[in-house]
Design a protein around this ligand. Structure first.
Ligand code: SF4
Length: 502
């Protein structure tokens, strides 16, 4: 008896807020987040309108303090006067009082169990406001900001993320409040995919059917940010997991929306079904490489690799079945043809199709057969894809936050400047984070961190330790490079760096 693989969306309850319905049979909704200071009502309304006009059904605003909380009501009024129908979400940091204030104004409130107190009845009070006003709640767990007591028990693991979410979900359920959405974000695609899958299992065990919001945090910008998001989000969408999503990019927030829409559309028509005969396959919740072969791109494939083509409308399951049914243990290269002539589209589709197999350790190579883009573009997509799935690191990894109303400097321009000076240091991970409150925790395992500490001032980190505190931005990049040099991890760019192992 085999197991049938087909695309079916996970059954979830419908949750509605601010005129948007998610979960149930509703299409997957696309979100983005404003990065203007929320207290600047003019700017925030203008940017929210731009994001909504780009097609986002849900827009999030940061509400870290009293003045941002107080701005929410006038922002809502102005948006509605401008016929903006997007549902508005307030993102709460630390302060339960602001959450209560936000729940009186917006359509949904996001709290992070890592920094929201559960004693003193704060959650119960928040729930009662949400219930009265028809406001939904997102339990937004973040890999980089778990509560200390969870961290002490589980470390920063997917299991800890699940424990953190389940604790809050049980409290909501016990209060008979079910307008709840959950997310489990990480900048590490493997951790993120694993955490969502474990959460689905944990919810099933307790008969919970809350919808999920998907996202990879700190994905960066450009082609890297798009591919990284498509790998993580696509791996889950392929299994029918996910009811809303956000592609976080260190760019203008309206750029996130078309990428999100592309991902949603890409998974809309998947009809082909496949059977896996050998039911002993690989556990989708543990990374286990089938072979020790070197991860390769198309130009490096040798006779030692099996090339497996996927030609149906359901490539992820087609490959999975073919790999698990194969009687050999030879390393696998995933190959698929993409006729698009736009590099970004090819990159997003290939990453969404292939990412899951790479994350699950089932394949060792990728072959993006895209005749209508250049050879250089194909190779770039393939290398970035292997890196996004954490199989092979061929370029500097930038863990850059998407920025929000807390950001203390021009992060888009700064990321570009940092990349221009350091992108040849392919062994390094550099965190570029907008604020000191969430930045240090969320830049994960970065070797160096460039973190906003006060307006236009930066604190530099080596790993998790501060090495230069609150220096002006005009000096910060030079100081960062001096630190890298003093650690013996710097070299001047060479021709070989330009070709990056190709
Ligand atoms: S690190 Fe700070 S600035 Fe960046 S998105 Fe997170 S909260 Fe906003």
């Amino acid at each position: 008896m085999g197991v049938t693989l087909r695309y079916v969306r996970r059954a979830t309850r419908e949750v509605s807020f601010g005129g948007v319905r998610i979960g149930g049979d509703n299409p997957i909704a696309v979100q983005s987040m404003a990065n203007t200071p929320t207290a600047d009502i003019e700017q925030t309304v203008a940017q929210t309108l731009r994001i909504a006009n780009a097609g986002a059904e849900i827009v999030r605003l940061t509400a870290q303090g009293m003045k941002e909380g107080e701005a929410l009501q006038p922002i809502m009024e102005r948006l509605r006067t401008n016929n903006c129908n997007a549902a508005i979400v307030a993102d709460i940091h630390f302060t339960p009082e602001i959450a209560m204030m936000a729940a009186e104004a917006v359509d949904k409130v996001r709290i992070n169990p890592g920094n929201f107190r559960t004693t003193n009845g704060e959650l119960e009070r928040l729930i009662s406001i949400c219930r009265r006003r028809g406001v939904a709640l997102r339990i937004g767990v973040n890999h980089g900001s778990l509560a200390k007591r969870i961290f002490d028990e589980y470390g920063d693991t997917p299991e800890g993320m699940v424990a953190s979410a389940m604790e809050f979900l049980r409290m909501c359920r016990d209060a008979d409040f079910h307008d709840v959405v959950v997310s489990m974000k990480s900048s590490n695609t493997r951790v993120m995919v694993h955490a969502y899958r474990l959460l689905v299992e944990a919810m099933q065990r307790e008969e919970m059917d809350y919808p999920l919001h998907l996202g990879v945090t700190e994905a960066g910008d450009g082609i890297e940010g798009r591919i990284k998001s498509a790998v993580g989000i696509g791996a889950l969408l392929a299994d029918g997991i996910g009811d809303t999503l956000r592609v976080s990019l260190t760019e203008e927030p309206e750029n996130e929306v078309p990428v999100g829409k592309m991902l949603v559309e890409h998974f809309q028509h998947r009809t082909a079904t496949f059977t896996v005969e050998a039911t002993e396959g690989y556990s989708p919740t543990t990374f286990r490489a089938r072979t020790a072969a070197k991860p390769v791109i198309h130009s490096e494939v040798t006779a030692d690799y099996d090339i497996i083509d996927a030609t149906t409308d359901n490539p992820t399951h087609e490959w999975r079945a073919a790999i698990l049914n194969s009687t050999t243990q030879r390393p696998v290269v995933l190959r698929r043809r993409y006729d698009d002539d736009d590099m970004t589209r090819v990159a997003i589709y290939a990453a969404a199709d292939m990412g899951q197999l790479l994350i699950d350790g089932l394949a060792e190579g990728v072959w993006v057969d895209a005749p209508n883009i250049t050879e250089e573009a194909r190779r770039e997509i393939e290398l970035v894809l292997l890196q996004a799935a954490r199989l092979r690191f061929t370029r500097t990894e930038y863990i850059a936050c998407p920025s929000c109303g807390r950001t203390l400097y021009d992060i888009t321009a700064t990321l570009a400047a940092i990349k221009a000076r350091t992108s040849h240091l392919k062994d390094l991970k550099i965190g570029v984070m907008g604020c000191i409150v969430n930045g240090p925790g969320e830049m994960a395992d970065a070797d160096y961190g460039y973190v906003g500490s006060s307006p236009d001032h930066i604190t530099l980190y080596r790993g998790r330790s501060v090495v230069a505190r609150n220096i002006h931005q005009s000096e910060a990049l030079d100081r960062l490079i001096e630190i890298i040099k003093s650690d013996g991890r710097w070299h001047e760019p060479t021709d070989q760096d330009g070709t990056k192992e190709l």
